[in-house]
Write a protein that binds this ligand. Sequence first.
Ligand code: GCO
Ligand code: MN
Ligand code: MN
Length: 388
Amino acid sequence: MPYMPQKSDKFTFGLWTFGNPGRDPFGSETRVPPTPVEGVKKLSALGAYGVNFHDNDLIPFGSTANERDAIVKEFKTALSDYGLVVPMATTNLFSHPVFKDGAFTSNDPKVRAYALQKTINAIDLGVEFGAKIYVFWGGREGAEVDAGKDAVTATKRFRDALNFLAEYVKDNGYDLKFALEAKPNEPRGDIYLPTTGAMLGFISTLDYPEMVGVNPEYAHETISGLNFYHAVAQAIDANKLFHIDLNGQKVGRFDQDLRFGQEDYKTNFFLVKLLEDKGYTGPKHFDAHALRTSDVNDVWEFAKGCMRTYLILKEKAQKFNSDPEIQGILAELNSPDAIIDPLLTGGYSKAAAQQIRHLSLDPSELANKPLPYEKLDQLTFEVLTGVR
Ligand code: GCO
Ligand code: MN
Ligand code: MN
């Protein structure tokens, strides 16, 4: 069947994605979502590779040790029966009121300690399920009132927590990397380190930067009107794309977490093309949920749609890459120069500086080189719409 997901596609869903009950700030649940075990069964039939969870998606907050162990056992059996893995895990540091003013960045040392305690337990849980990536999304790490929290201190506290946890992972010999997920706002008025670029800068200030990468999310850069394709490209260039959250979002709205590809086909096309062309091998996680209007059947249509859209865009990327007219234009745009290219990539030397000073370069003539972007963009549109 065309566009049928395979395990090798590494498509994953969070338990909280198909498990979303359709609640929003204005209204209550609209459906009874599948349980984690039901979800595993269904996702496996649809061709997914794995599931991810926050500690409390699997183990409800306040469970006893016995309850925890029983849930772990049942869920492990379901994973092995249906052949799904858990590549990523994370901590819920946002739902309980204790985190209402932040977790790692709270002004209250006891809250910060509680956040560390909860995360250590959640890391153990994730590792028990074989997770290799641990996501940090600081949903409550922000403010509405900047008078109340010093932003430099907050950044330092976030760093202290990550350094501590990295040591914890090393001390226990866990094979686990961290992926930091940026978001500009929601649920806080402003969240610290609001973009993937900000996270990349922050990572270089950590004690073990090699252990830490990013988990960019389409919706999160798009809320701010930023170009997600560019954000992911920067992460790839820095060798920091450890994980990715794919979904749909309109610019400037609340965090919609729509089905992957629901909005802006072109950006999603270049995103998929980027992941495929650059050989990204990590999980492709759909951090999205079905519309509030959906019933449970439609939730599974949502999940199928996320994977199918990715595979359709992948096919379109192959078409783009093998289209002679498009490739001809790209070759023309990128035509190399045997003398100048080595000068630009060979690094600085006094001799190179001299050579560059003496190059005969006529700016007016250079400005006349044709840039047929109108044509190229129209051809892209035609590939995407199936006209080509
Ligand atoms: C959001 C976030 C979350 C995180 C998740 C993992 O939609 O606000 O993307 O879904 O990804 O909590 O930490
Ligand atoms: Mn989101
Ligand atoms: Mn996310």
